[in-house]
Design a protein around this ligand. Sequence first.
Ligand code: NDP
Ligand code: 2IT
Length: 478
Amino acid sequence: MRYPHPIHLYVTCNAERLASSLDFSEVISLDSYIESVYNKLVEKDPEQKVFHQAALEVLETLEPAINKYPIYKEKAVLERITEPERVIMFRVPWVDKDGKIQVNRGFRVQFNSAIGPYKGGLRFHPTVNLGVLKFLGFEQIFKNSLTGLPMGGGKGGSDFDPKGKTDEEVRNFCYSFMLELYRHIGQFIDVPAGDIGVGGREIGYLYGAYRKATNNHGTCVLTGKGQGWGGSLIRPEATGYGCVYFVEEMLKTRKEDIKGKVACISGSGNVAQYTAEKLLDLGAKVIAMSDSSGWIHDPEGIDREKLAWIMELKNVRRGRIKEYVEQFKSATYSTSGSPWQLKCDLAFPSATQNEVDANEAKALVDNGVIAVGEGANMPTVPEGIEIFLEHNVLFGPAKAANAGGVSVSGLEMAQNSMRYFWTREEVDRRLNEIMVNIHKSAYETAEHFGKKGNYVFGANIAGFLKVANAMITQGFFA
Ligand code: NDP
Ligand code: 2IT
């Protein structure tokens, strides 16, 4: 069976190069049932390329499970799991600083609620469209299942660009966005959180708008809330810390640890910052970070003081990473290439999808990379993943490696339901335990199906089976 395989989905630090293209020159084999499911997705929405990429990656790896257990085919599980339960799309009018009315598009993709209320972040970025949010919502189904917590998969956001906007403009936008979204969410329905462009500031405005619209705290209608009004300790840190915990577990399988390793990170947002912090805690040296304009290389290492400076730059002043080289003379800044050309032991792509292309994966391998932890969602192109796996690199796929963020969101929901809170140490201990369990489950599932060490395979199948079984038990209409 010959099959189109998306390759060359090439993106670097430049957002404009995000536009992906399909190259049908390369073909792979797929089971005919899986192929027909995939073909229908492409036929139905030919422009949703990143969604096709995410779906194909999962569908390919499910083949042994589908062949072993015919019930999944009989009950049309693949056809159902690739179709969102509901998509909400809405107009978001808001007033800019000049008093002019602007209109953006808002979305919430409620993908799958078989094991719990829809759960997943909101992304505010000019590249957001339905295809991007379907890819992210689809990934979230399996990621949330892996956490072991009762959360379904969803994702939302807008093509609104918070970059360069005043606080007042961001607040106006968030208020208008929530004035529609509030009817569709709730602690037992759908619980959004942050993602690219949505951090503590945006969650604050969204929560304020929710309260104003409903006269209700909603118990836990959003996660990533501030401390003192229902937020969980460690939620800001959780995705980065969790990704490092996952890589630590992968390293243990080779009797290695983080201490003394050299690490490159892409991005300088929430995930990247706390990946760097935990790497420093565990004795690694971080030599590179980036933003969508370029990247910095600091061969002396980004230490705690420098990281604190980056956090202030990005979270308070909202400046560009290139300012780092004016402050710290040991570093260089570049707008071409990427951190992946540097020699490092550990790589943490933590910016956006398709940011590690095949050449960059090859360069990392040639430079001796030992482990890759995907902090971002789907940051490595399919060809790049193949290169890592072929060369025996410990490759932690996003669904497993970055599940720490949504896990602590789940713990925030639990604390809100109890009307209580846990200490920093307690939440961090639980986060670590969840990441250790996700690693174990992905590792053992891959081994069970004869693919030892292939965490892509293990994470996809382990995440899928729990949701698929719930869908079958609840009947085809659910
Ligand atoms: P932030 O908005 O805090 O930071 C994003 C970082 O990535 C910034 O440095 C940004 O640069 C860079 N970036 C964004 N878009 C692009 C692009 N198109 N090309 C190159 N660089 C880009 O987001 P997060 O740190 O929260 O998210 C980063 C990744 O992690 C995303 O893939 C997200 O889906 C994923 N993730 C996030 C979780 C969370 O809890 N926040 C949980 C799990 C996964 P600039 O400032 O110049 O735009
Ligand atoms: O991609 C992700 O897992 C997130 N953006 C976090 C979602 C959440 O609900 O905390």
